[in-house]
Design a protein around this ligand. Structure first.
Ligand SMILES: NC(=O)c1ccc[n+]([C@@H]2O[C@H](COP(=O)([O-])OP(=O)(O)OC[C@H]3O[C@@H](n4cnc5c(N)ncnc54)[C@H](O)[C@@H]3O)[C@@H](O)[C@H]2O)c1
Length: 250
């Protein structure tokens, strides 16, 4: 029960890494707000948590719309009375080589990752600052280091690293820890979509990623959920402004 009675919002938790993180935090005693642009997916994640004995509510929200985000955060606080943890996980890819990348590809990725994390963090800190307690974890990516076909995504994920450090500087004195996790290849619908884009069979795509990893395997959503759990638990209370690469390698 490493996060017992802590109230946690996990954006984009309708599936993938977000859903695994919501489930993991709930297992460790958190009251979880499952939020995603897809209402049916939110309901499914929240229902699965409740079926396993956890506490969760589903609050659909489009992370790129300020009002939608503020209403979602308000709903979290109205339901559970406080807010302790925010995981900025919602994400999209619109991969294209630079000469083919459209304004829509660029703006969608920037808005979901950067504007979405800004809106959610700004709304969350209004509750975290007065209570002098908070944990924010942002999902960056190894793509921040550069990745062919992901000019928009790599830029957004590198941006989230600067966002993390700056938010840590501003919020540290209020006992709010802000860190980022940069996953490598994790088996989700997102990486399945990437395999399709490059015309590769998903199994072959996973094998190739596993061969590039030092540990000889690809990641699963639970690998990231466990790292998030560490960064929102008391065990990491002296860690802030850091980027933790969770990629089975250097
Ligand atoms: N899968 C990987 O290998 C990998 C690697 C590095 C980083 N990441 C990052 O981890 C996070 C989760 O990735 P995933 O693989 O689970 O992806 P996913 O596509 O399976 O899940 C992302 C979720 O975000 C939601 N979402 C998208 N736009 C939204 C919006 N406007 N408002 C609210 N919710 C929205 C989607 O509906 C979806 O449920 C993302 O930020 C992603 O960039 C993933």
């Amino acid at each position: 029960m490493r996060v017992k009675d802590r109230v946690a919002i996990i954006t984009g938790s309708g599936r993938g890494i977000g859903a695994a993180t919501a489930g993991r935090l709930a297992e460790e005693g958190a009251k979880v707000v499952v939020t995603d642009i897809r209402a049916d997916a939110c309901e499914a994640t929240a229902a699965a948590i409740k079926a396993s004995g956890g506490e969760a509510i589903a609050v659909p929200c489009n992370i790129t719309e300020r009002q939608s985000v503020e209403e979602m955060v308000q709903k979290a606080v109205d339901t559970f009375g406080r807010l302790d943890i925010l995981v900025n996980n919602a994400g999209v890819i619109r991969d294209n080589l630079v000469h083919k990348m459209t304004d829509e590809d660029w703006d969608t990725v920037m808005n979901v990752h950067l504007k979405g994390s800004f809106y959610a963090s700004q709304a969350a800190q209004r509750y975290m600052v007065p209570q002098r307690y908070g944990k924010i974890v942002n999902l960056s990516s190894t793509s921040a280091l550069g990745n062919r076909g992901q000019l928009n995504y790599a830029t957004a994920k590198a941006g989230l690293q600067g966002f993390t450090r700056t938010l840590a500087i501003e919020l540290g004195k209020f006992n709010i820890n802000v860190n980022a996790i940069a996953p490598g290849f994790i088996e989700t619908d997102m990486t399945k979509a990437t395999a399709e884009r490059v015309g590769s069979d998903f199994e072959a795509f996973k094998r190739a990623a596993a061969e590039r990893s030092l540990l000889g395997r690809t990641g699963k959503p639970i690998d990231i959920a466990n790292a998030v759990l560490f960064l929102v638990s008391e065990e990491s209370s002296f860690i802030t402004g850091q980027v933790l690469y969770v990629r089975g390698g250097i």
